[in-house]
Design a protein around this ligand. Structure first.
Ligand code: PEP
Ligand code: MG
Length: 536
């Protein structure tokens, strides 16, 4: 038995035989030609045929994965027809008197290295796409038929990398998983794999000798297990069985509304800590992101993340959510989340100390950097901002003033930005008690029941000795939630819950009766809660 670890881009478990997919070796010969007009004509015809193939792939993918899953084939068509791309091919043929194949391959390589040198992760990922379209045109020039993946028996595909056009041609019934040496979390291959609902690993250093061997892909821990022993096989078979039973029942709820029998609808969003968690949101059909804990960007590093670094993360999330709501909570550092480079003084009571919005209002430049990054990313999706640990109207007024300055600055610098809703977390008794006034200032409230319970019951949420006293169903908490909902609604301010209590199925009915508008939970809870709501 051999275990190789990699990075999971989509969870799940698969057991089956390995098929090592090797790309055909395309060695392109450069030949001299006097008849450049004929080569230009060949490129024109091959490009048209390639666009035709992609149109068909687009139609097939739309049926299977919907428009967002198929969009890449639209993008590929545009890339082929792109003026710069075609002009580069034409220029090489006419100035160097070369054959069409050489001109297309050289253009593909040049464009790919230009894309991979870019800082923007999204643009970087386009390097693979331009190689993919060039290969398609070259294959047509060479008279080769399109290749498809997946044989008679279902297999685990191991490949150096997989172009989106290859993955979509997989017969999903015959492909159990895919594992690649290269690839990025943001590549379309990864995005498509998530849409296709098959486990996928990247960055796996496998050997081509694995071809035909029995393997397990563990997309939960990110491992490829070759020649598993009996006990491991038994364990994983059991896990697959359990997963299948649960998933089959829940999958029927994908795309369905989260609505009670008597027509009460709520928004069912998911909580994430980083950009790669978006995969879980999609897998579980989250209707949006109700809490992006942005402080995770600041943790586990030695320096402050720059505006550009943050912008890339927020933009990736916004783009991957494709127009669905993404609520980014500003920095909530301090208390249990300590970061050395912040140089925070030691405190007697850190949970009651210098944390979250208090740091942001004190270190305004740090706050402005984050707000600029979020606002810039708002041009790429449906982003909202949420401020943590607000206790007074004065604080939110100050926050909005800073937000206004940042937005004016971006406007002057001609950065685009979108319409951004602003909301606050309600996680202190003070915020609950003045929620009638706070509601006049913001678009939404999201109740952070983890901290609200800690501060209301005076119980340290970190102290496991107090677990038996930490009663999140305490009437004080439930009455507070009701109060916040009522105050919010009076001022047209929608109200959600993003603390762990939101996923407590014993309270789902109660929350709906209270008039809650949104629940934001860990992605894996989305479908179980939708099921429950629809049965109410
Ligand atoms: C909360 O306090 O309920 C909350 C959602 O925020 P965090 O758990 O990150 O403090
Ligand atoms: Mg909190």
């Amino acid at each position: 038995m051999e275990i190789i670890s990699g990075k999971s881009v989509f969870a799940g478990i698969a057991i089956g035989r390995v098929m090592v997919w090797e790309k055909e070796n395309q060695s392109i010969k450069r030949t001299h030609t006097e008849d450049t007009q004929a080569e230009l004509e060949r490129v024109k015809r091959a490009s048209e045929k390639a666009v035709g193939q992609l149109e068909k792939l687009y139609e097939k993918a739309v049926k299977e994965f919907g428009e967002s899953g198929a969009a890449i084939f639209d993008v590929h068509q545009m890339m082929i027809q792109d003026g710069d791309y075609q002009e580069s091919i034409r220029h090489i043929i006419t100035t160097q008197n070369t054959n069409a194949e050489f001109a297309v391959a050289t253009t593909g390589d040049n464009f790919a290295s230009m894309f991979s040198g870019m800082k923007d992760e999204y643009m970087k990922a386009r390097a693979e796409d331009v190689k993919d379209i060039s290969t398609r045109i070259i294959n047509i020039l060479a008279g080769k038929e399109e290749r498809t993946l997946g044989g008679e028996e279902p297999v685990i595909i191991l490949a150096e990398d997989l172009a989106p056009s290859e993955t979509v041609q997989m017969d999903t019934g015959k492909v159990l998983a895919f594992v690649t040496r290269l690839g990025s979390t943001n590549s379309h291959t990864a995005i498509l794999a998530r849409t296709m609902n098959i486990p996928a690993l990247i960055c796996v250093e496998f050997s081509n000798d694995f071809d035909g061997k029995l393997a397990i892909v563990d997309g939960v821990s990110g491992a490829l297990i070759i020649n598993p022993d009996e006990a491991t096989l038994r364990e994983y078979s059991k896990r697959i069985h359990n997963d299948q039973e649960k998933a089959a029942m829940l999958q029927e709820l994908r795309g369905k509304e989260t609505i009670t029998r008597d027509g009460k609808r709520i928004k069912l969003y998911a909580n994430i800590g980083n950009a790669s968690d978006v995969a879980f949101v999609h897998r579980n059909d989250g209707e949006g992101i109700g809490l992006f804990r942005s402080e995770f960007i600041y943790l586990g590093r030695d320096t402050y993340p720059t505006e550009e670094e943050q912008f890339q993360v927020y933009k990736t999330v916004a783009q991957n959510m494709a127009g669905k709501k993404v609520i980014i909570r500003t920095l909530d550092i301090g208390a249990d989340k300590q970061v050395d480079y912040f140089n925070l003084a030691k405190e007697e009571n850190p949970a009651l100390g210098y944390r979250a919005i208090r740091i942001c209002l004190d270190r305004v430049e740090l706050f402005k950097t984050q707000l600029r990054a979020i606002l810039r990313a708002s041009a790429f999706g449906n982003i909202s901002i949420m401020y943590p640990m607000i206790i007074s109207v004065g604080e939110i007024k100050k926050v909005k003033e800073i937000f206004g300055e940042v937005r004016d600055g971006l406007k002057q610098e001609k950065y685009p930005y979108g319409e951004v809703e602003q909301g606050i977390m309600i996680e202190t008794p003070a915020a609950v008690m003045v929620s009638d006034d706070l509601a006049k200032e913001v678009d939404f409230f999201s109740i952070g029941t983890n901290d609200l319970t800690q501060y209301t019951l005076a119980i340290d949420r970190q102290n496991s000795k107090l677990d038996s006293f930490y009663d999140a169903h305490h009437p004080a908490i439930l009455r507070m939630i009701q109060m916040v909902i009522d105050h919010g609604h009076k001022e047209n301010c929608w109200v959600g819950i993003c603390g762990e209590l939101a996923a407590d199925t014993a309270l789902t009915k109660t929350f709906i009766e209270m008039g809650i508008d949104e629940l934001s939970v860990s992605p894996s809870f989305v479908l179980p809660i939708r099921k429950l709501v629809r049965e109410l």
